[in-house]
Every structure is written in C-alpha cells, then in structure tokens.
Design a protein around this ligand. Structure first.
Ligand code: SF4
Length: 150
C-alpha cells in the first residue's frame, strides 16, 4: 500500500527511476498483471526468442489482474521475482506497455496509466490485459497457449 503523501505530483516526468522513493516506485505499476504470466526463452544470443503465453501464475486473480497473495508471494511461488531499481536492466521480458520498461527506455507512460487517468479501471478499459488467461495448474501443454508479444 502506497503512502500518497510521499508521492510527488507528476514524479514520473521529473524523476529518474533511481531518484524515485519506494512509494513512487510502487505507484508506477499499472496493475496489468502481465509480468505474472509465463514466458519461455529459446536459443541464445542472436537466436534468442522470447515466447509470451496466456498462462498465469496460480496466485494471479484472473478477474482483477492482481496477485491474490501479494505479501506471501515469494514463499508461495519461489520463482516470483521482485522488480527493483537494481535488477530492472535484467527484465527485458517485461511487456512493452509496462511502466517500468517504458521509463527505463526513456518513453512516456500511456494516457491510460492510472497515474494519468486517475482511474484504476482504465487499464482494463484500454484493452491491454491478457485475454483468456488460464492458471498454470490447469495447463498440460503450454505451447497451445503461446500468444503474440504483449
Ligand atoms: S507488467 Fe509492469 S505494470 Fe504490469 S503488473 Fe507487471 S510490473 Fe506492473
């Protein structure tokens, strides 16, 4: 939960990712949940290929796109990784709409981002959520669930 008093107005336009405080960093997440879907990387170097899927982590609430056990997520899902200022450069697999990736690449946020729209539902309305999600526990052959870039 963010402390709104610690969030500077329009901080994402005036501060670098490194300069943001913890509350501002947390507020950057638009809640799309796309980082909680399984990806698969094949090959190395120039031959490396990233596959996105519509297979969600079992902890993801498919209706809201939010983690249903946020505070215990690392205990429940040992593969879950925390996005931090230090490891952001390693997260090349983040979706192109992700606020962290956009700012890291020097791009502006989309106008449907809740920080701009002031509407938590604007992400859903903008149609950027992954369609027809399915939980990992319900999948046998993951290759059937590969989707285009998100
Ligand atoms: S992809 Fe980015 S914006 Fe979307 S939930 Fe994950 S961290 Fe937040």
């Amino acid at each position: 939960m963010q402390n709104l008093e610690k969030i500077t107005p329009l901080f994402w336009e005036h501060k670098s990712l490194i300069e943001m405080n913890d509350d501002e960093w947390e507020a950057l997440c638009d809640g799309c949940g796309k980082c909680c879907f399984h990806k698969h990387i094949e090959g190395r170097g120039k031959r490396e290929r990233l596959y996105f899927t519509r297979i969600a982590c079992n902890q993801l609430d498919l209706a809201t796109g939010l983690c249903s056990h946020y505070t215990e997520r690392f205990k429940l899902e040992p593969d879950c990784t925390k996005l931090t200022k230090k490891n952001l450069p390693d997260f090349k697999w983040l979706p192109h709409t992700c606020a962290y990736r956009l700012l890291y690449e020097g791009k502006p946020l989309f106008d449907w981002h809740p920080l701009i729209s002031k509407d938590q539902n604007s992400v859903k309305k903008a149609n950027v959520l992954i369609k027809n999600p399915i939980h990992e526990k319900d999948v046998i052959d993951w290759f059937e669930f590969v989707i285009d870039e998100v």
